[in-house]
Design a protein. Structure first.
Length: 120
């Protein structure tokens, strides 16, 4: 049985079940862990961190500085499109498309801490 629904405040926001939120947050955490395993290759790690920072900057434009986890999930649903454009335009690296999922998840993992309902 799905848990209660979380709602973002945007008009186009779709409700997110607590179970779905938990799965998505696990995906974000996995991306963060995968990013951290790249520390052993400093050059690659720097490139990935730069891409995470660019995606985070764009994420801030997408959701603002005051947001809920539901709104963040909504942004994640469409993130592949705008993150792909951001990385391709501003920080492409060799093989960057295969790293996009990792970069996205790591950026959302870090950004979720700013959600007004993060600790709920």
């Amino acid at each position: 049985m799905a848990g209660p629904l979380l709602h973002g405040s945007g008009l186009a926001s779709r409700p997110v079940s607590v179970d779905a939120l938990s799965l998505i947050r696990h995906e974000w955490e996995d991306g963060h862990r995968r990013l951290e395993t790249e520390r052993s290759d400093p050059r690659r790690y720097r490139t990935l961190v730069q891409q995470v920072e660019l995606v985070t900057d764009e994420l801030r434009k997408q959701v603002g500085q005051t947001f809920t986890l539901g709104q963040l999930v909504e942004a994640y649903r469409d993130a592949d499109r705008w993150a792909r454009a951001t990385v391709e335009e501003r920080a492409p690296s060799r093989g960057w498309p295969r790293d996009l999922a990792l970069v996205l998840a790591a950026a959302f993992y870090a950004y979720q801490r700013g959600a007004v309902d993060y600790l709920q």
